[in-house]
Each structure stands twice: as structure tokens, then as C-alpha cells.
Ligand binder design. Structure first.
Ligand code: G6P
Length: 371
């Protein structure tokens, strides 16, 4: 068994360490030498993709957070409105879907019943369904009009890690492809973005090489009862995912918030000793950055323990942070691929320190095949 875990104690650790390869493999072979994206495998008529006027992402759990990231990227690159809906809510609210709607279903297993029912509903309404799926030949892959496979390889641990990173990567590819196809104003930048994406596997590896620092902080926090996560813009879905990982693995009450929402309620939860993770945007986006740094100050002033994820060289956070985990410089929209990694390591290490089963948390299933 040690061999299949690649020398790691758990599948989850192995899969966290598989992430540079999962992202690289998902990018592999999907563009030509001139930096044009080639997604021939999509098999949906290009004219359909040119006329789509709305995208709805349907997914559950971690895959839905990949969809949240997709919204920021696709709307910016393509100016197509993107909604993200939990698959189990979609069908019951009589969603506005028609032949010009592209429904994007994201799923690691391709067998999540809630997501299957959502795509069946979408197709009945005339929408085209594009699946971003990890498992070849799965039900969602078979029932969709087009499939963009993530190449993360088999994921065994119940809590999703490498599938998440490869789903986000596939969403970027889709956004850039639609931008290229529809000739929107970022079309000239597709090659640059692809080049940046190509650098991500090495950046993720750098984070893995520094994992001991995250692990020792996590181990020291094993008796913590509650952790909050704050993020803004693409840091918001990362905050949600960080909280989900901690709930799933360590059975700790954890909640993610949009940082701007802090003053509208969650700040009432802050008391001395409350642990708060803050995912800080790059200082190259000062409007976003300054606001999140103020949030760190606000919770720190009320006695919170502040665990900050910030870009290399961003010293503005040091004064208010109990601990800073550094991530390499990355274009804003792509930051989730790096900022989520310390949160995955943190959750797995804290659960291990509590003596819990990291790969098989209680009450959860890898794939939920009932509605
Ligand atoms: C379950 C798993 C999660 C996963 C979700 C969606 O809840 O425990 O880790 O994110 O299902 O699964 P899917 O296979 O559709 O990505």
C-alpha cells in the first residue's frame, strides 16, 4: 500500500504532491506552437459556442468552488455572464435556460447524482452541456454534448485536491478558448495567459517544497475549535474551499467569507484567540489589496490570530500577521492555483495531528451517487 501512496502516509498527501503534474497534464497538448488554443476534442459546433449568451456552471462541493473561480475568469476574458449554481439547487428553481445557454458541469467522478440530474434538466430545456470531468466514460461525460477532460489521474482521498486544481485549469482553458473563438478584446493576450499558466506547475512545486512550515503551524493548532477564512475576488472561493477542507478533514467548525462582508456580520464572531486565515490579493491590484490588508488589521485589533497568505515580497501584511505563508507572484485570476495549496496542507496536517483518518473522513463519500 505504501507504494501506491508514493511513499506518503496518506493518499491525500500524495495527491497534494501530484498537483504540479495534474495541472501540467491538463494543459498538455491543448495549444499549438503559436499559442493558439486547440480544443478539437470539444465536438460542439463552433457556431454554438460563438452565439452562447450565458453560461451556468453546475457542480457540488469542491467542484462548485472551481466554478466560482471560472466565473471571474470567463466573465473578464469573454464578457459572457456566468452564473454558478449548486447542482442540487439548479433544477428546482425553474432556471432560465434556453438554446443559447451553455451549461458547464464540473465533476471529478462524473457520477454525482445531483449534477447528473442538473444536466438532464438543462438538456431538456435545449441548452448545450459541456462537462469538465476527470473520469473517462463516466455518466456525466457520456450524457454531455462536449467534454473537456481534466487529466489529474485517479483521485482516491475523499477530500478533493488535485482534481480541484485541474478543474480550475480546465476552466481557464475554456475561458481563453471562448475568448479566442469570439474574438473578444483579450484575444491577443491568450498566448501570454497560456504562457503564465505553463509556469504554474513549478510555482505549485515551490509551495510543496515549503510545506513543513505550514505543517508545523497546523500541528500546533490541533486543539483549535473554530477557524474563519476571508478572501476577496478570486480569493473568496479559495476561502470557501479552505473552510470546507478543514470541516471535512479535521471536524473543526470553519467558515469562509467574502472579506468585504466582514463588517456586515462576521466581525461579531471575532474575539481574542479566534483563528482567521486571510487570503491577500497581489499588491499589483492596490484597490483589492488595500481593502484586504485593512481586514487583517480589523480582526487583529480585536485579538484574532491572523494566518495570512500573501505574495512573495508583500511586506505590508507583516505587521498584522501572526504567521505569513508566501506564494509566488502569479496573475490575479490564476492565484487560486497557488493560494489554495497551503490551505490543503494545513487541513491535512491538522487532521493528522488529531489522529483522524485523512483519506476517509467520517460520514463522507468520494462520490455521492444519490440525490
Ligand atoms: C463529494 C466529495 C467532494 C466532491 C463532491 C463533488 O461531496 O466528498 O470531495 O467535491 O462530492 O464530487 P464530484 O465527483 O462531482 O466532483
Amino acid at each position: 500500500e505504501a507504494a501506491v501512496k508514493g511513499g506518503f502516509d496518506t493518499f491525500m498527501e500524495k495527491e497534494i504532491h501530484d498537483q504540479p503534474k495534474a495541472v501540467a497534464d491538463t494543459l498538455l497538448g491543448r495549444h499549438d506552437d503559436d499559442g493558439n488554443l486547440v480544443l478539437d476534442e470539444l465536438r460542439v459546433d463552433e457556431s454554438v459556442l460563438r452565439t452562447v449568451d450565458k453560461i451556468i456552471v453546475v457542480a457540488c462541493g469542491t467542484a462548485a468552488y472551481a466554478g466560482h473561480v471560472a466565473k471571474y475568469a470567463i466573465e473578464h476574458w469573454c464578457r459572457i455572464p456566468v452564473e454558478v449554481e449548486l447542482a442540487h439547487e439548479f433544477r428546482y428553481r425553474d432556471p432560465v435556460v434556453d438554446v443559447r445557454t451553455l451549461v458547464v458541469a464540473i465533476s471529478q467522478s462524473g457520477e454525482t447524482m445531483d449534477t447528473i440530474m442538473a444536466i438532464r434538466h438543462a438538456r431538456e430545456q435545449g441548452a448545450k452541456v459541456l462537462a469538465i470531468v476527470n473520469t473517462h466514460g463516466s455518466t456525466i461525460a457520456r450524457e454531455s454534448d462536449a467534454v473537456l477532460y481534466t487529466h489529474a489521474g485517479p483521485e482516491v482521498a475523499v477530500a478533493s485536491t488535485k482534481a480541484f486544481l485541474s478543474q480550475i485549469t480546465a476552466c481557464y482553458l475554456l475561458g481563453l478558448y471562448l475568448s479566442q473563438l469570439r474574438g473578444y478584446k483579450y484575444v491577443d493576450e491568450v498566448a501570454d495567459y497560456l504562457e503564465e499558466l505553463g509556469k504554474l506547475p513549478d510555482k505549485i512545486q515551490q509551495l510543496l517544497d515549503a510545506e513543513d512550515e505550514v505543517k508545523s503551524v497546523a500541528t500546533a493548532m490541533k486543539d483549535t475549535a473554530s477557524v474563519l477564512f476571508l478572501g476577496r475576488h478570486v480569493g473568496y472561493p479559495v476561502a470557501l474551499e479552505g473552510a470546507l477542507k478543514l470541516k471535512e478533514l479535521a471536524y473543526i467548525h470553519a467558515e469562509g467569507f467574502a472579506a468585504g462582508e466582514l463588517k456586515h456580520g462576521p466581525i461579531a464572531l471575532i474575539e481574542p484567540g479566534q483563528a482567521v486565515f486571510v487570503i491577500v490579493p497581489t499588491p499589483r491590484r492596490p484597490m483589492l489589496h488595500n481593502k484586504v490588508v485593512s481586514n487583517i488589521q480589523e480582526v487583529r485589533a480585536r485579538g484574532a490570530r491572523t494566518l495570512v497568505i500573501a505574495e512573495e515580497g508583500d511586506e505590508t501584511v507583516d505587521e498584522f500577521a501572526e504567521v505569513v505563508f508566501r506564494v509566488p507572484k502569479t496573475p490575479t485570476l490564476m492565484m487560486p492555483l497557488v493560494t489554495v495549496v497551503p490551505l490543503q496542507i494545513f487541513a491535512a496536517a491538522l487532521a493528522a495531528a488529531k489522529g483522524l483518518d485523512v483519506d476517509q473522513p467520517r460520514n463522507l463519500a468520494k462520490s455521492v451517487t444519490v440525490e
